[in-house]
Design a protein. Sequence first.
Length: 401
Amino acid sequence: MALIGIGQGGSLSPLTLSGMAAATNEGAGAASGTGEAFQSPHQGLLIMKTIGYAAQTAGAPLAPFTFERRPLRPNDVAMEILYCGVCHSDLHTARNDWGWTLYPAVPGHEIVGRVTEVGSAVNRYKVGDAVAVGCLVDSCQECDHCHHGEEQFCSNGRTDTYNSPDRISGAITYGGYSKHLVVREEFVLRVPEGLDLAKTAPLLCAGITTYSPLRTWNVGPSSRVGVIGLGGLGHMAVKLAIGLGAEVTVMSRTKDKAADALALGADRLLVSTDEQAMAKAQSGFDLIIDTVPVKHDLNPYLPLLDVDGTLVLVGQVGPLAEPNTVPMILGRRRIAGSLIGGIRETQEMLDFCARKNILPECEMIRMDQINEAFERLEHADVRYRFVIDMASLDSSAGAKA
Ligand SMILES: [Zn+2]
Ligand SMILES: [Zn+2]
């Protein structure tokens, strides 16, 4: 998915340090907004040294990077990261494709680990628990959206897991391509018993990004769901929609993906360049999840929606090819967007996946293979999600340091 600093109004601006500092929720007078050294009177003093992989500039490959995690605040959970999924947003951020990357950038927001330490006020987690962190690490916890469990739409600005200023210190957040992480308790998720830890990682972004619209538009046993694109997001949309009982059609420009779609459990593949098949499929869908990550034309897909049907965009960030309003007006059809999901819904998704045994298809890599993985990701050459085994970090970092 695309997790970026876009305001709710759709303004394409990065969340600024000053804006975030103004929204600080712990009035300790600590929001310097400068990212400089910071020490709160009520937190521990032990800074955790850790190692990760960072991009130092837009053109540089990711390379080993030693840095510090903050001392534990009372409501913080510290974890050792075991696995981290590789999302398209990681690549866009590392390369500054959206123009607001702050370097050095440590990407990664599909994080699974084990608790190593908890702050004095933490009561939900204990040392040794299997936990996860997704795209969010903080929000104001006070606005209507936060109260409704939709922290991703926090009126005062969510804090992303990477490339985002910390609400208290102003320091830029570093993500999961690293050995350790410190996150406030409210943004830590529990990995349910029985879920494979490595394969759980991609659920934290690809999973929730597709689960949230399925739930928002009430997909269930009688639903007819279409999925455009069969990459990291698309293959999760297929699995989750099937898990919810829907009839699922994968939509693709060629029939090359037919076998893959059926293997994932989809009922059929609809070839979007086959005019006859597209005409026959008209008005046959309640919800279409569009995971295509680049600019594309929605017009062939809109007539596929039934009256009141919705095409929801979760992949591409930016301008679309001009949509024709005729099918929208004649069929009360909608084009919508969706951004990850809140913490409550993310936990619900993890529990759902554990119950239904739904997991992504993953290709495990070592940390030092990340640059190669980025290149393959750019060419959609992965089935369907890379996951970094963080146990490889010490040796690969040491070899290159
Ligand atoms: Zn992501
Ligand atoms: Zn809020």
